[in-house]
Design a protein around this ligand. Structure first.
Ligand SMILES: Cc1ncc(COP(=O)(O)O)c(C=O)c1O
Length: 372
């Protein structure tokens, strides 16, 4: 569809490749990158990011939903894909048909697909809950039950085992180390069951940055592939330089002078104290640009200008330091000349984490992909 609006997101694909190279430099040779492109590539565009990640040296892709994996296959992506979340057992037939690997962690789930014949065979990775408390097996008995159920169907292969850390992005490491110990126990139990010749992966971005030498076969590289640090602690201690791939821009669609006492937007929460130039931007909370951003700044002509009045569903007003022509570029996230507004600054202001902002800036805003 043609684009008829003056607000857009730019995705710097070179930054994605750069960030993958940065983590590869830290990892031992045998540890490969599994690019995490769930939630539409953290709002960056799953197909474009997956293709770029594979070109930049990733070997595997991960998503949360079967639908997300099928979307990648329908875009002719042939690389291995792991679905990290729960999929209805009856959908396992579809997964096998598309050559998509699923996550298993319930014997009841395997019971339900016991009678199916998968062609090609269904590949599964076993999820172990070592302390995240979300999904995964927790006991040796569950492992034994799953192993037995797997033995009963020779069109199902267990090709991997993994866990996920709860506190990898914090500087304190006691709980992180406890989870690693529990996982090692599960690996020993798998060995006893002769199920050890499978791919092993435990780490997300934070784990990979803090302990690259302990990541086994794959790193599930999400937030830092997009150039964002999982936390301030990892940013300070991690010794890795990342490039933010995502920037958000708009253009002035209306500029006017208002008089002292004039109001801007719903509820009259902003009233001019003097004569002021006000610009209107075609972006609002209907795009995922949160109402909470009232009072934050944007960049115009390389300078910060405040957002004044309530953010509307489709429009946002800013106070300008002078009259600017209609069509002047405004940057809400990213850089203009040497001035930058980082994703972290936006997420701190919105009292959330940097992961959430690109995910909630929805597909009303077109994504434009740039590479040199
Ligand atoms: C199971 C699992 N692995 C890996 C990741 C990627 O984590 P990150 O974006 O912190 O690298 C996620 C993301 O939430 C996840 O749920």
């Amino acid at each position: 569809m043609d684009i008829h609006r003056n607000t857009w997101i730019e995705i710097d694909l070179d930054a994605i490749a750069y960030n993958i190279k940065q983590i590869q430099k830290k990892l031992p040779k045998e540890t490969k990158v599994m690019a995490v492109v769930k939630a539409n590539g953290y709002g960056h565009g799953s197909v474009q990011i997956a293709k770029q990640a594979l070109q930049a040296g990733s070997d595997y892709l991960a998503v949360a939903l079967l639908e997300e994996a099928i979307k990648l296959r329908e875009a002719s992506i042939k690389a291995p894909i792991l679905v990290l979340g729960w999929v209805p057992p009856e959908s396992a037939i579809v997964a096998a048909r598309y050559g998509i690997t699923l996550t298993v962690f319930q014997q009841e789930w395997l019971e339900q697909i016991k009678g199916y014949t998968f062609s090609p065979p269904l590949h599964l990775h076993l999820k172990v809950d070592t302390g995240m408390g979300r999904i995964g097996i927790r006991t040796e008995q569950e492992l034994k039950d799953i192993s037995q159920a797997l033995n009963e169907n020779n069109s199902i292969y267990l090709t991997g085992v993994f866990t996920h850390f709860s506190t990898a992005d914090e500087s304190e490491s006691t709980y992180f180390d406890e989870q690693r110990t529990r996982f090692k126990n599960t690996l020993s139990q798998l060995k006893e069951l002769r199920m050890e010749k499978i791919n092993v992966h435990i780490g997300n971005s934070a784990s990979a940055i803090r302990l690259p030498e302990a990541m086994y076969d794959f790193v599930r590289f999400g937030i830092s592939m997009y150039g964002l640090y999982p936390s301030q602690e990892i940013k300070v201690k991690g010794e890795i330089e990342l490039k933010q791939a995502f920037s958000l821009h708009s253009r002035l669609v209306h500029v006017k002078k208002i008089n002292p006492g004039d109001c801007v937007s719903y509820g009259c929460t902003y009233q001019a104290e003097a004569e002021e130039w006000i610009g209107t931007l075609p972006i609002g909370y209907g795009d995922g640009w949160l109402r909470k951003m009232q009072g934050f700044s944007v960049l115009v002509d390389g300078k910060r200008m405040p957002i004044v009045g309530r953010i509307c569903m489709d429009q946002t007003m800013i106070k300008l330091d002078q009259a600017y022509p209609i069509g002047t570029k405004v940057t809400l996230i990213g850089c203009q000349n040497d001035a930058c507004i980082s994703m972290d600054e936006v997420s701190n202001y919105a009292e959330t984490i940097n992961y959430e902002i690109p995910c909630i800036l929805n597909d009303r805003i077109p994504r434009i992909y740039k590479e040199q």
